[in-house]
Write a protein that binds this ligand. Structure first.
Ligand SMILES: [Zn+2]
Length: 145
């Protein structure tokens, strides 16, 4: 299963992102329903969406904002409709308003500031991010038992 990473972008997409996505979705389920199997969409509020149908959505879109692509403050669970660029379009205005209410203006300002900086991740940096989220996922999984 494990493929040798050729470029940072493919390593990020196929190796790092699945770990982060799983962590964000599990955390979102626990926060909204207290279970690891269902969660409520952050932006439209649709309830009890199965874990497998939830997506880890970015408030500040990942395209052109690689520096905040893996920031936990930027990621919340969404239904497929809200997260779809052609349909919900990310529900950015709602997402942002809810996020500022949740994390506070100063953390939002930090996130926004970071998003404006162009970032080209190296494989080594991406491996660190992956390890960090693997640990967080592990802790979260064990805390649920
Ligand atoms: Zn939704």
């Amino acid at each position: 299963m494990s493929r040798k990473p050729s470029r940072p972008s493919s390593y990020a997409k196929y190796t790092v992102w699945p770990v982060i996505s799983k962590y964000v979705r599990l955390l979102g389920c626990i926060k909204t329903t207290g279970t690891s199997t269902y969660g409520h969409c952050y932006t439209c509020g649709r309830k009890n969406i199965p874990f497998s149908e939830l997506e880890a959505g970015h408030c500040i879109g990942k395209y052109g904002h690689s520096n905040t692509e893996f920031e936990e403050d930027n990621l919340r669970i969404q239904c497929n409709n809200c997260n779809d660029i052609r349909r919900g379009g990310g529900m950015v205005a709602t997402f942002k308003a809810k996020l500022i209410a949740e994390i506070g203006q100063s953390r939002w300002d930090r996130l926004y500031y970071l998003s404006k900086k162009v970032r080209y991740w190296t494989i080594e940096e991406l491996q660190e991010i992956k390890t960090k989220y693997e640990q967080k996922l592990d802790e979260l999984t064990r805390s649920k038992v």
